[in-house]
Write a protein that binds this ligand. Structure first.
Ligand SMILES: *[C@@H]1O[C@H](CO)[C@@H](O)[C@H](O)[C@H]1NC(C)=O
Ligand SMILES: *[C@@H]1O[C@H](CO)[C@@H](O)[C@H](O)[C@H]1NC(C)=O
Ligand SMILES: *[C@@H]1O[C@H](CO)[C@@H](O)[C@H](O)[C@H]1NC(C)=O
Ligand SMILES: *[C@@H]1O[C@H](CO)[C@@H](O)[C@H](O)[C@H]1NC(C)=O
Ligand SMILES: *[C@@H]1O[C@H](CO)[C@@H](O)[C@H](O)[C@H]1NC(C)=O
Length: 509
């Protein structure tokens, strides 16, 4: 699979393994140096075989310090972004998760539930390599342009936005159908120490206080409070971090988010305009950029005729793993999932007790750890994709992809505890799909999907009861069909949208 239609990558002798999607960035002339970069990557060896993933992943991780050094030596932004994208494009999605249009059979052979699910997968779920290339190319160009503008317009961002990291379903390799949504976490540094002060933990530079399950508040310790004294009031850069504090010295999620978005808007202002909207040109095509805000994310809506791509940018802080939360129902991080750090993102705590809770609360985020659970289990990922397709086709909009994944995390640890983890390899996809749908049903029935890292936080707590019941009914109907092996063809109706089904039913006669 090393070819993957990429003729440019012929025996490079420099450090940059340039490929087709990087040339455009170079042409755009982005030359600002970036502060540093952390990469979490996977390196899949072949289309279906995952088993060799993690070893290569480890070596990438270990060498992050190396890439950081290279970055510090002033590599240009396009090669940095190139490094960032390369693993994603070359090994991750293309190799395992995409199919080319020509590989979709014109007359499928559907004889049972397994062959039906496989065909639906290839036709309606798997990313098509052809779409994927354009989306990644546009993402790469637009994101690198905006990211470098953000560094130009804000000195704090320039100095402290040292880590860019993919999150969400691309990163987990779970995106289905179209690569038109990207999540990017941008780790923001602080001019103080993220570690605990071993002599005086209560006065660490940042004190982490637990609030509602799944959320924390961050209180500035003495060093942080003294930033202005330490660095002088003219220290324009470090002052930014001081300005996020409230009068009781908590780092306000709300102010931090506002700062981040303002950097983004100022960066957009530097782009040329088409009408009222900023545009970014990729291969001569103007892509307009609108924005929206939801939760912690600042979203870029990138559009051209027949093209749509959403990019969620989420700023985050990163703490060392030895500061992971203890007690109060927090799960300790399983040794095989350790990553060295965990993150917090500025997501408001809607269920907080006081007004302060909402302003001050940060949501814990362990997606790098979670990713380890999805490691090595191709069939598990396929099952998640089928569930997501079902969710989409049935318009269960309140069930976030993360909730579906959470069901799998729980199942993963439960199977592991009883030594049955080989189920993911040993069972066929139809069996796994039914198995996990039953879990989904019982979660809806209890109206509870506990957050994996703290079971006291119920992810679907705020979803309205009538809606939960409606979803439950939809799952129950599909389950009853799945239980009758004669009716397997009807499953298509549940997994496909009406239009898709209209088109598909000729194959089912
Ligand atoms: C997966 O690995 C096995 C054994 O290494 C090999 O026989 C098979 O062809 C591989 N499958 C793909 C799709 O590369
Ligand atoms: C994993 O890598 C080893 C050594 O490179 C190779 O011998 C083995 O066949 C690979 N396994 C799979 C399943 O690809
Ligand atoms: C990381 O990079 C350094 C320098 O290139 C190399 O010596 C080292 O072996 C690498 N480490 C791993 C784990 O690959
Ligand atoms: C800002 O903080 C960093 C980290 O503590 C420090 O090294 C730097 O000197 C500070 N900058 C100024 C202008 O004081
Ligand atoms: C991921 O795969 C590697 C290699 O098989 C394994 O050592 C590691 O424990 C796995 N992670 C989890 C969470 O199972």
């Amino acid at each position: 699979m090393n070819g993957n239609g990429n003729n440019n990558n012929n025996g490079n002798n420099n450090n940059n393994n340039w490929s087709w999607w990087q040339y455009g960035a170079a042409a755009a002339g982005l030359t600002a140096a970036v502060g540093g970069l952390y990469l979490a990557t996977r390196n899949t060896n072949s289309l279906m075989n995952d088993s060799n993933d993690s070893s290569s992943e480890e070596s990438h991780q270990e060498n992050s310090s190396q890439s950081r050094e290279q970055a510090d030596r002033g590599k240009s932004v396009f090669s940095i972004i190139g490094d960032l994208m390369q693993p994603l494009v070359e090994s991750t999605t293309i190799k395992e998760d995409t199919v080319s249009r020509s590989s979709v059979p014109s007359s499928p052979c559907i004889t049972n539930l397994n062959s039906l699910l496989a065909d639906i997968y290839v036709r309606y779920i798997a990313l098509k390599r052809e779409d994927f290339k354009l989306h990644y190319r546009v993402f790469n160009e637009v994101f690198s342009t905006i990211h470098s503008n953000m560094k130009e317009v804000d000195k704090y961002y320039q100095r402290y936005s040292s880590n860019v990291q993919f999150a969400g379903s691309h990163y987990d390799r779970l995106r289905i159908k179209k690569p038109d949504e990207f999540d990017v976490d941008i780790v923001i540094g602080l001019p103080v120490n993220f570690c605990v002060d071993p002599f005086n933990p209560k006065e660490s530079d940042i004190v982490i206080e637990q609030s509602s399950p799944g959320f924390v508040q961050l209180r500035a310790g003495v060093q942080y409070q003294k930033i202005l004294v330490r660095d002088g009031v003219d220290s324009v850069i470090n002052k930014t971090a001081y300005e996020w504090l409230d009068d009781r010295k908590y780092i306000l999620r709300s102010k931090f988010t506002r700062w981040f978005k303002s950097v983004g808007y100022r960066a957009l202002n530097r782009l040329p305009k088409k009408g009222v909207l900023p545009v970014c040109y990729v291969d001569g095509v103007p892509y307009t950029i609108r924005t929206s805000e939801s939760g912690p994310a600042w979203t870029l809506l990138i559009e051209a005729p027949g093209f749509k791509l959403d990019v969620d940018l989420v700023p985050a802080f990163r703490f060392p793993e030895d500061r992971w939360l203890d007690g109060r129902s927090y799960r300790s991080i399983p040794p095989e999932c350790r990553r060295g750090y965990w993150m917090v993102v500025p997501k408001p705590n809607k269920g907080g007790n006081t007004v302060h809770d909402e302003e001050r609360s940060w949501r814990v985020a362990l997606q790098d750890q979670e990713k380890q659970f999805l490691n090595n289990t191709y069939q598990l990922r396929q099952t998640i994709r089928l569930m997501k397709k079902f969710r989409d086709a049935q318009k269960m909009d309140k069930i976030a992809s993360y909730y579906i994944k959470t069901l799998f995390f729980w199942e993963y640890v439960e199977l592991q505890a009883s030594n049955r983890n080989d189920m993911w390899e040993k069972s066929d996809i139809a069996t796994l799909f039914k198995y996990m749908l039953r879990k989904f049903y019982s979660a809806l029935d209890k109206k509870e999907i506990p957050y994996f890292w703290n079971r006291r936080h119920n992810l679907i707590e705020n979803v309205n009861n009538a809606l939960i019941n409606e979803y439950k009914y939809k799952v129950a109907r599909l389950l009853s069909i799945l239980d009758d092996s004669w009716k397997y063809k009807e499953v298509a109706k549940y997994l496909l949208t009406n239009n898709e089904y209209e088109e598909y039913k000729i194959f089912l006669i």
